[in-house]
Design a protein around this ligand. Sequence first.
Ligand code: HPA
Length: 373
Amino acid sequence: MPTMADVARSAGVSVATVSHVLNGTRPVLPGTRQAVLDAVDALGYTPNTLARSLVTARTRSIGLAVSAISNPYFTEILQGVEAAALHAGYGLLLADPHDDPGHEQKVARLLHERRVDGMIIAPSAQPGELVGYLRRHAVPTVFLDRLIDGADAAVGPGAPRFDQVCAESAGPTARLVAHLAGLGHRRIGLVAGLPGLSTTRERVAGYRDGLAAAGLPLDDRLLVSGNSESAGAERATAALLALPDPPTALVTANNAMTLGALRALAGNGLSVPGDLALCCFDDFPWADLFSPRLTAIAQPSRELGAQAVRLLLERLAEPDRPPRTVRLPCAFVHRGSCGCPEGPERPGAAPHTVPSALSEPLPVPPSEKGTAS
Ligand code: HPA
């Protein structure tokens, strides 16, 4: 196996120069840089990252733990994380904690034992143990999608000592309710997510705000939990339809629950929007293939992933800076399931685009002095 010393000899430079070229730790003259890269190619040199990690105590890896990775929302987040991490020279170790508090702590321990430089985690609805572990071991961590806030009693008092990133939830949900109320609906239901998640709390708050702003009373029977998943939403929607005075419009609080609600409607022989108007949180790649196409809130999923990487790299570069919480805006995608006539370009319609994962520059990763292998 050729070594860095072999590359240096072949290129006629020092080992330190080879290291600077390969790790980007210092600018190197273009001609010298090319000579090093040519020697790397000619010799088939592959850096030994394990040896480098022993010297630097860094593995240039990020642990990513998100549940429901088959859900397109989380798949797109993952793509955003992966692209941004790769761009910064980091690899990923991926885990699925299945939204299970016990499992997520195990996953965090495994990732920490593999000495990832930091973690990006979408925490479960009971994150107390996980947070305790991360605090005890001082693991640089960014929480994604679900905020750890004062409502998480198990986490303990005080400001969270973690960086966090998530999309706006309350305002966009209120916007869906306002839109349906504006179309004349007076009985608007909400199929809400898993209790204990900040996204659920905020979407319920947005639902209440939207009703209040439209001057509509809150009827508790119209606010049901679909537990963030399709089967739960199917049951919850069926229960709404069985009410003596069922809703005429429905908001579903995520993509999986939209599918469950649509199943319940089909099972009852009901059509959208004729029998029930539907607006949903989450746009997804095939939302425009439904008939009618789904009026939805699009979350900037890739950008959420990229932003999480940015926050983590900033934290690694500056471990003592105060924690930051970043909120990203969503887009209202106005289509036909709300009952509005369909058309390609209508006032109020938002383009179905989310910002590119790399729309903002990434911070420079912490330098690795003494890198050698
Ligand atoms: N959080 C936010 N949005 C979502 C989720 C979630 O867990 N699942 C699907 N869309």
